[in-house]
Design a protein around this ligand. Structure first.
Ligand code: CP
Ligand code: NVA
Length: 311
């Protein structure tokens, strides 16, 4: 694997395969001291529940530890340049996971930090979420290749990472977004380039078309962190894009419903549907932990996981 994980496009199909299999082994193994004496710094410019806690618990369960740095403490690029923060932190810790307003900040951190940098969500991508989502889909469906994922809503960070991950894993990806809120062309082109699997990519503005016969129906908030000023305008633009039981009924009978959380129940997902029988949203949240453990061991451990001795 590359030194950093800023984008799903930093991974190959083989990397994704290995991460899935390591994550499943680590999920079964629980606490294993594979990262003793290793420290992870968590720099967050935006709020978080899942990402912060799952990274902290992941390090603890692997025998290492994590240090959380809140936006106010570090003042990335304000109190100190991003490059200097990267240089200084690298003298103390073995890896940095960062949640930044701008993807450029992540790139600057990675450029100046000799230690690995992991994207814990930027405006452009959320790779840890997409990888945990693939793990969840694999657990529920027993395969990835050939499945169809329908994303309903904003062509945002979560959609970008899922699009790239689906292409690498051989899953068909359909997305229905209102005009003006489609995925970025640069990500679409990247996905088409990294797809050696023959998976289909289909963009539409019609949710029913996207969902029809899908194995996975996925949605995310209409207004992401940092876009709060656009909330009302977005509520209007996305009005016909709610995932409700009527839309879900157009997917396969055994389709699963996914959402990265936090959800706005009654907006992008109809009230109650995220607690229904097709929803796997809390499995997704749990799998953040297992997937990130696999990622940390690969990025920090460097060796094949010697799990056998820990069973
Ligand atoms: N899904 C996710 O990344 O959640 P948090 O924003 O709470 O970390
Ligand atoms: N698209 C959302 C994802 C949160 C996990 C956001 O960026 O706020």
């Amino acid at each position: 694997m590359k030194k950093d994980l800023l984008s799903i496009s930093d991974l190959s199909g083989v990397d994704i395969h290995s991460l899935m299999s390591d994550a499943r082994e680590l999920k079964a193994a629980g606490w294993v001291s594979l990262l003793e004496r290793k420290t992870l710094a968590l720099i967050f410019e935006k709020p978080s529940l899942r990402t912060r806690v799952s990274f902290e618990v992941a390090m603890r369960q692997l025998g290492g530890h994590a240090i959380y740095l809140s936006p106010a403490e570090v003042g990335l690029g304000q109190r100190e340049s991003v490059a200097d923060v990267a240089r200084v932190l690298s003298r103390y810790v073995d890896a940095i996971a960062a949640r930044t307003m701008s993807h450029r900040t992540l790139e600057a951190l990675a450029k100046h930090a000799p230690v690995p940098v992991i994207n814990a969500l930027s405006d452009l991508e959320h790779p840890c979420q997409a990888l945990a989502d693939l793990l969840t889909i694999y657990e529920k469906k027993g395969e990835l290749r050939g499945l169809t994922l329908a994303f309903i809503g904003d062509g945002n960070n979560v959609a970008h990472s899922l699009l790239l991950a689906a292409s690498l894993a051989g899953m068909n990806f359909r997305i229905a977004s209102p005009p003006g809120y489609a995925v970025k062309d640069e990500v679409l082109n990247l996905a088409r380039r990294c797809d050696d699997s023959g998976a289909e990519i289909f963009c539409t503005s019609e949710p029913r078309l996207a969902v029809s016969g899908a194995d996975v129906v996925y949605t995310d908030v209409w207004t992401s962190m940092g876009q709060e000023a656009e909330a009302e305008q977005r509520r209007q633009a996305f009005a016909g894009y709610q995932v409700n039981s009527e839309l879900l009924s157009l997917a396969k009978r055994d389709a699963i419903l996914m959402h990265p959380l936090p959800a706005h129940h009654g907006e992008e997902v109809a009230e109650g549907i995220a607690y229904g029988p097709q929803s796997v949203v809390f499995d997704q949240a749990e799998n953040r932990l297992h997937l990130q453990k696999a990622l940390l061991v690969r990025m920090l451990g460097g060796l094949e996981i010697p799990l056998a001795g820990y069973r």
